[in-house]
Ligand binder design. Structure first.
Ligand SMILES: [Zn+2]
Length: 382
């Protein structure tokens, strides 16, 4: 059957490129519903051709497809249809193939990955695949961390009980895959002091900068390398002139961590530091505390699944190098949190996602579709 799957991919390269092109040339920032809907419409059609029954989950603003099979746990394929690029970007910078590279908004992150997934499913369907049920979830607001939908709840609910998940997110040129992702928090805090003339009545003043400086030292010291938690105060502003005691100081910071279970602890620790006042009469205000994507915990199950993928690659002459931890988040965090072993970055390979320099490697579309197809076939044997 594997030969049939691979032959289908080899024989349908032009159609696969057309699909990739259609997806890229439709703008779909998360804020542009019409665009996302048009992408979804195209994806629905492909999924139905692959033998799937499809539905739209309004709560999670996501497309869910199921290919029925036996009573074993399904294999889950995950991705997103939105990009970071604004409306009009596809007209300015349409899908272009130049030598080995493909460019256009979201060519790498992750319209290429969606094409990988759909092509692998169609190849399996045409080869007469049956056995393990397959499930697909494609969300429409990943790039804005699901701000405005309940996708994070839906993802955990729909993923629970799946045997494995392959997220066709942005792939890497060095053939590495991702089995762990850090989560992060952005915060902003201000200290209000009491202004006074530094020469005439310095005793009446309370320096907001001094108070904040002490807090910054405390914040930075919360970094715990062993636990993989880092705190960084990245910007600071305050004061007006050198001869005035400053009554205002503001900082912005970033916290990163690997274990989703410590998220409440991190928050508590930061609050403790901010609420500790060194000088009487100072007021501290938390202006922003934004929790981004849930970290993808680097579990033993993820490592095992990665080894399975790597071995499948080796058996088929498809290079897979290492399973790594990266700083940026993805929806894999929610799926791992729901107890599903996951390998991420299974999509097309390239560089510079989220920028206009983004490019994907053309041939990785075919390579990764074969890898995914082979992995699903092998999962069907166990
Ligand atoms: Zn992405």
């Amino acid at each position: 059957m594997k030969e049939d799957v691979f032959a289908y991919i080899d024989d349908h390269k032009a159609q696969m490129m057309d699909l990739w092109q259609d997806l890229v040339n439709q703008d779909s920032p998360a804020s542009y519903r019409e665009g996302v809907d048009l992408v979804a419409k195209r994806v629905f059609k492909e999924l139905e051709e692959a033998g799937a029954s499809t539905r739209w989950d309004e709560e999670g603003k996501a497309l869910i497809a199921e290919i029925p099979g036996d009573s074993r746990a399904p294999v889950l394929l995950l991705g997103h249809m939105d990009t970071v690029f604004p409306v009009g970007e596809a007209a300015r910078r349409p899908f272009t193939v130049e030598g080995s590279r493909v460019t256009g908004p979201g060519a790498l992150d992750m319209k290429g990955g969606v094409a990988v997934m759909l092509s692998a499913l169609k190849a399996l369907h045409s080869a007469g695949f049956s056995g393990r049920p397959l499930k697909v979830i494609l969300v429409s607001d990943e790039e804005i961390a699901h701000n405005g939908s309940k996708a994070t709840v839906m993802l955990q609910r729909e993923a629970r009980g799946c045997a494995a998940c392959f997220n066709c997110e942005t792939g890497y040129e060095d053939n590495s895959l991702v089995i762990g992702r850090k989560g992060g928090v952005v915060f902003k805090a201000a200290v209000h002091g009491i202004a006074a003339h530094a020469g005439n009545n310095p005793r009446q003043g309370r320096s907001a900068i001094w108070e904040m400086a002490k807090k910054i030292d405390d914040i930075q010291n919360m970094t715990d390398w062993d636990k993989g938690i880092t705190f960084n105060v990245g910007t600071i502003k305050g004061g007006t002139v050198s001869n005035a005691i400053p009554d205002y100081c503001e900082v912005e910071g970033d916290i990163r961590f690997q274990d989703p279970d410590i998220s409440p602890f991190v928050k508590e620790e930061l609050f403790k530091v901010l609420n500790h006042t060194y000088m009487e009469g100072m007021k501290t205000e938390l202006l922003l505390y934004h929790e981004g994507m849930l970290p993808m915990k680097m579990t033993e199950e993820n490592r095992k699944l990665f080894e399975f993928v790597k071995k499948t690659g080796e058996e088929n002459g498809i290079p897979v190098s290492e399973g790594k931890l990266v700083g940026g988040g993805s929806d894999s965090g929610y799926v791992v949190y729901a107890g599903v072993p996951t390998v991420c970055a299974m999509g097309v390979k390239g560089r510079f996602n989220h920028t206009r320099d983004e490019y994907a490697l053309k041939d990785s579309l075919f390579e990764r579709a074969k890898l995914l197809g082979a992995v699903i076939l092998k999962m069907n044997e166990v």
